[in-house]
Write a protein that binds this ligand. Structure first.
Ligand code: MG
Length: 324
């Protein structure tokens, strides 16, 4: 599956060594295609996500974190369907001026997460790019037939929940962009502490119990991702500002700004809806689950602050642009 110039043999060797067969991979790297085995009675999930330098990340961010997040984007999409990841494929284009060490660290981060979820890297491609780093991650997953949790199943009256806390990544990134000398390193370390964990276990838990009527992962920000559920389900939503579980920001133990929790991206938590008759525990798989609002019949999104309603727009995270 992998083809590349001889000079990049080191990279293929690295990836090859990292490949663990796993029950789902019949044949991985070394043939023209990977051969995967899908559990009987299951359907296949496929998701693909770009991580592009100066669009999704900057090269002066910790490379391990960039690799970790690259795979998080894919695994989180599988979690959002209630699925299980089967195999990962990585296509990587790297410019000549990218140090081997950066690539090694990127792969370390990506493989750390793959190992944690016991999902094999079963193939990919590498090439030389004309500038910067472009990574495309493909995750193949499976879900029992007919049980994938879609964005389109929310009903008026359903309650809206999110997992974990929101806004930590956006808060760290906002700081990283501040042009204060000496600060980058500290914030970089802070950013590294926010290694998002794809919520596979929660997605599975919800799917097995048939609890979620609709679900999406929070990659672009709560307001944007909620708007996707509203569009696909042809409903509206009402969110309680005070109920949004905000992450702790910075080095001080203060909560991140509401704006960051509402519109910041890269949280990789799950947003789901459920019939109001369903009682949910306050934690699932060790992670907090918080009710933040409800689905309405009237379209559009509203934000309630102390009983006052404002129109909520999909103002989610614009991926980082430009090298400034
Ligand atoms: Mg998604």
């Amino acid at each position: 599956v992998i083809s590349m110039p001889v000079s990049e043999r080191k990279l293929i060797e690295r990836i090859r060594r990292s490949v663990r067969g796993g029950a789902s991979v019949v044949t991985g790297i070394g043939d023209d295609s990977a051969v995967l085995r899908v559990p009987p009675g299951n359907e296949v999930l496929v998701t693909t996500d770009f991580s592009i330098e100066n669009v999704h990340f900057r090269r002066d961010w910790p490379a391990e974190l960039v690799g970790w997040r690259c795979l998080t984007r894919g695994l989180s999409d599988v979690a959002a369907m209630g699925g299980e990841p089967l195999a990962v494929f990585l296509s990587l284009a790297i410019a000549k001026d990218v140090p081997q060490k950066w690539v090694d660290r990127f792969l370390n981060g990506l493989l750390d997460l793959a190992k944690e979820f016991k999902v094999p890297l079963a193939g990919g491609d590498t090439a030389q790019s004309t500038a910067g780093v472009q990574a495309d991650i493909v995750v193949i997953g499976s879900v029992p037939k007919g049980e994938a949790i879609l964005r389109s199943g929310a009903n008026p009256g359903d309650l809206i929940y999110v997992t974990g806390h929101l806004g930590a990544a956006a808060d760290a990134l906002a700081r990283l962009k501040l042009p204060k000398p000496g600060r980058a390193k500290r914030v970089s370390a802070q950013l590294s502490r926010h290694r998002p964990v794809p919520r596979i276990a929660i997605g599975r838990w919800l799917r097995q119990r048939g609890i979620a009527s609709a679900m999406i992962d929070l990659s672009d920000g709560l307001s944007t991702d909620l708007s996707h559920i509203c569009e696909e389900s042809r409903v509206g939503a009402e969110i309680e500002a005070g109920a949004i579980p905000r992450a702790q920001g910075g080095t001080q133990k203060t909560l991140v700004a509401l704006e960051l929790a509402l519109h910041g991206g890269d949280d990789y938590e799950l947003l789901f809806t459920s019939d109001p008759s369903v009682l949910l525990p306050s934690k699932v798989a060790g992670v907090g689950v918080t009710r933040i609002g409800r689905i309405t019949k009237s379209r559009g999104m509203r934000l309630l602050t102390n009983g006052r309603a404002r129109r909520l727009q999909a103002g989610g995270w614009e991926h980082f642009r430009g090298g400034k």
